[in-house]
Design a protein around this ligand. Sequence first.
Ligand SMILES: [Mn+2]
Length: 269
Amino acid sequence: MKFSFNTNGYVKYSINEICKSLSQFGYDGVEIARTHPVHELGRGDREKLLKKIKSHGLEVCAVQGANPYLDPEYAKKRIDLAVDLECPIVSLGCGYLVTDERKRDRQWNEVRDGLRKLAQYAKDRGIRVVIEPEPPVLLVGEAGKPCERLIGRLEDVQRMLADVNAENMGVLLDTGHVYVVRENLLDVIEKLGKSILHVHLEDNIDRIHCHFIPGTGIVDFEGALRALKKVGYEGFLSVELEAHVDEPNRAALESIEYLGSLMYTIGLK
Ligand SMILES: [Mn+2]
């Protein structure tokens, strides 16, 4: 398993600056979030960007292609970007925010059809796509409780995978999100198994949707890493600390120091 860091922790830095730091800290890859709209670059500039990334010894492990809600045109541009950056995976979010339960079924069908088309678009270009279960938001909806995301729990993601039924579509497992919805991380990893194609690592406290530096909260990373190994996961472990990080270099360094020594201690590296 290799480590990467998500650029959404580095909102004020260019990709070149980010890669320079990540390389020094010992990361293997970088994940390009929507905070970095490099899909707007022309082809020549994308080639230069890829050369820069490679010059730091890094690879692009994933590109964020949703907002997290599905915008097909944006997603296609990000899939094209992934092709140009030799990146194998694009994430497509969690579908709609469910503000009204009466609309859930209609939203489900729309998202399923949209994902099916995007999965085909990606397949034609040699790219795999992933959906990422996300916890409810604090916005209170019609039912007087926090609004859920369409794909929020294990059963949602399993059902969506089955409904879309695309061989190049899998799951982005986010360690913090699983805790917020009070599911058992090890059980979720075992049940999703081979459908896990990408992983976000962050810590969590109090079951709230925070993205803390690994090792500073309650997430059982040792158990999670062992469980991922057991299901044969060989992809990237991508630390995701989002835009609230004031000192991304410190956060990136602390994360890999903690995770690297944990891997060593449990004999995975
Ligand atoms: Mn995530």
